[in-house]
Write a protein that binds this ligand. Structure first.
Ligand code: FAD
Length: 520
């Protein structure tokens, strides 16, 4: 497994410092005469060379702050017209929450999509009675999901499928998949989009949907930004729940934990959100950094003794209207009575829908205050088929991470039937597969809290998966060679490559994914 190392990024930076940037600037300068509604910046570009992963930094030659979709199209078209002789590439930057330079470009042009993301550009269509006129919002590709939520809540509506953290952009998550605890019943975010507006790698503005230009529509969903820049997405809405009963229970037995999770995601009447996480080092059992969960019985929660075992936390919510709280209580009671958690470990709290969905942000603020947000994040996100999840857990939690890990570990199942296999997203073959996220932070330069330590654990996990034939696929994959991407896409590579030739033939877009190098 080859990875982009810090060293590799430093080498690139050095190359750029020694001449790469100055060599590229004149090329970016050809954009200067463009008549724009927004503006181009050739200075102050350092912020576009950073991301959440904090392990890779590629300096662009210019940042475009578009004032309109036409600006995005004009910039891409200009680069396209320069042809193969120009090394210029264009990277759409959402909120820059990539892990390893995926929204960056060395010496190219970064398009700051958030410039087009304001609430004023959002259009909520409340829909009519019946299935013929479902509600939707037209949201700019650069809109943060939290702002989409604020805007739709004004109409008593909300999107159906989420990510755990809402300070990400619409175009950024739709270019990956967008997965959270609603995905088991609603599908990922890419399954909840009706239409896209896209600027292709030729600079054309194209509207696409399942009915119109469907090849581009499906290609762009989960397409890692390879076929075009998403400037608008039509997102399906539902009536927004008012309140959420947020529940956590603990297990010490992995088999009971996963059997209960699978039963819950397969049942007709069930919770509205189902996730889970693994607790290895027993600190912060209920209040890890991801959430602001405050159980109604905090004393009991803080006194819970795990006796040194690995624990598994099942996390669920039930939406409810305060006027019908008793009905919710009954339904939750029935659902919980079928589960096999450790009985003394039932913790719950009631919060508004907004508080629940924006839960990670409160932890972000706390970590920022301690200087612990802008540290390296060597994350690893895997999709593991149901048939191998036990083998995976035995080795990873019982051996590789026995007493050492540096962040939350998510583990929850989803149903493949809710994913559309016409999109570009790559998932395992089985009907049920698990998302397992190792969300490590590396605040120290050496030792257990270092990037090197976390990366070596990640490598061990990936090596194990490869050798044991676990059938794993990576999500937010950090591959660096086309060979690795071909292996990732498998039989779907041909379609992915064909779409690239069709919509971005010069490989101008999203170079930070390192799939198609630009010929020059
Ligand atoms: P960026 O990182 O800026 O961009 C991501 C990629 O998409 C880049 O290649 C970029 O060039 C391209 N891109 C950006 N905008 C566009 C556009 N408009 N059109 C085309 N291409 C574009 N993911 C989940 O699925 N579920 C989660 O629960 C989840 N939780 C997260 C929590 C945190 C704290 C963080 C940091 C990330 C989380 N993610 C999650 C991952 C998230 O989906 C990715 O980081 C994703 O890249 C979105 O971030 P962004 O909007 O900042 O996009």
């Amino acid at each position: 497994m080859v990875r982009v190392s810090v060293v590799c990024c430093l080498k690139l930076l050095l190359l750029l410092a020694l001449g790469g940037v100055t060599m590229h600037v004149p090329d970016a300068g050809v954009l200067a005469p463009l008549r724009l509604d927004g503006y181009l910046s050739f200075h102050d570009v350092a912020a576009a060379a950073r991301d959440f992963g904090n392990r890779c930094s590629l300096l662009p030659a210019a940042v475009l702050h578009p004032g309109s979709v036409a600006d995005v199209a004009a910039a891409v078209r200009r680069v396209f017209q320069l042809g193969e002789r120009s090394p210029l590439t264009v990277a759409a930057r959402g909120h820059g929450h990539s892990l390893l330079g995926q929204s960056q470009t060395a010496g190219g042009i970064v398009v700051r999509m958030e410039s087009l993301g304001g609430g004023a550009r959002m259009r909520v269509h409340a829909g009519g009675a019946g299935a013929d006129a479902p509600a939707y919002v037209d949201a700019p590709g650069g809109a943060l999901w939290i702002n989409v939520l604020h805007e739709t809540l004004k109409h008593g509506l909300a999107p159906k499928s989420w990510t755990d953290y809402l300070h990400l952009t619409v175009g950024g998550t739709l270019s990956n998949a967008g997965v959270s605890g609603q995905a088991f019943r609603q599908g990922p975010q890419v399954s909840n989009v009706n239409q896209l507006e896209i600027v292709t790698g030729r600079g054309d503005v194209v509207t696409c949907s399942p009915e119109e230009n469907s090849d581009l529509f499906y290609g762009a969903l989960g397409g890692l930004g390879q076929f075009g820049i998403i400037t608008r997405a039509r997102i399906a809405l539902e009536p927004a729940p008012k309140m959420v009963r947020w529940i956590r229970v603990l297990y010490s037995d992995f088999a009971s934990f996963t059997e209960d999770q699978e039963a819950l995601i397969s049942a007709e009447r069930t919770f509205d959100y189902i996730e889970g996480f693994v607790i290895i080092n027993r600190t912060g059992i209920l209040n890890n950094w991801r959430t602001s969960f405050k159980p109604q019985d905090p004393v009991q929660a803080s006194h819970f003794q795990s006796d040194g075992k690995v624990l598994y936390c099942l996390e669920m919510t039930k939406n409810f209207d305060p006027d019908e709280a008793d009905i919710m209580e009954q339904e939750v009671g029935v659902l919980l009575s079928r589960l096999r958690y450790i009985q003394s470990t039932l913790f719950h709290t009631d919060v508004t829908y907004l508080e629940f969905l924006d839960r990670v942000h409160s932890s972000e603020l706390k970590l920022r205050a301690q200087g612990l947000w802008e540290v390296p994040h060597p994350w690893l996100n895997l999709l593991i088929p149901r048939s191998t999840i036990h083998r995976f857990a035995t080795e990873v939690f019982g051996n590789i991470l026995k007493d050492s890990n540096n962040g939350p570990i998510l583990l929850y199942p989803v149903n493949r039937s809710k994913w559309d296999n016409r999109t570009s997203v790559v998932i395992p073959e089985e009907e049920i597969f698990y998302l397992v996220g190792f969300l490590s932070s590396a605040p120290s330069a050496s030792g257990h809290g270092s990037v090197e330590h976390a990366v070596s654990l990640n490598d061990k996990i990936v090596d194990f998966c490869d050798k044991a034939g676990v059938g794993m696929k990576q999500y937010l994959a950090p591959y660096t060679t086309q060979q690795q991407w071909k292996a990732h896409f498998g039989a779907r590579w041909e379609t992915f490559e064909r779409r690239k030739h069709m919509y971005d033939p010069l490989a101008i877009l999203a170079p930070g994914q390192r799939i198609f190098p630009k010929a020059s």
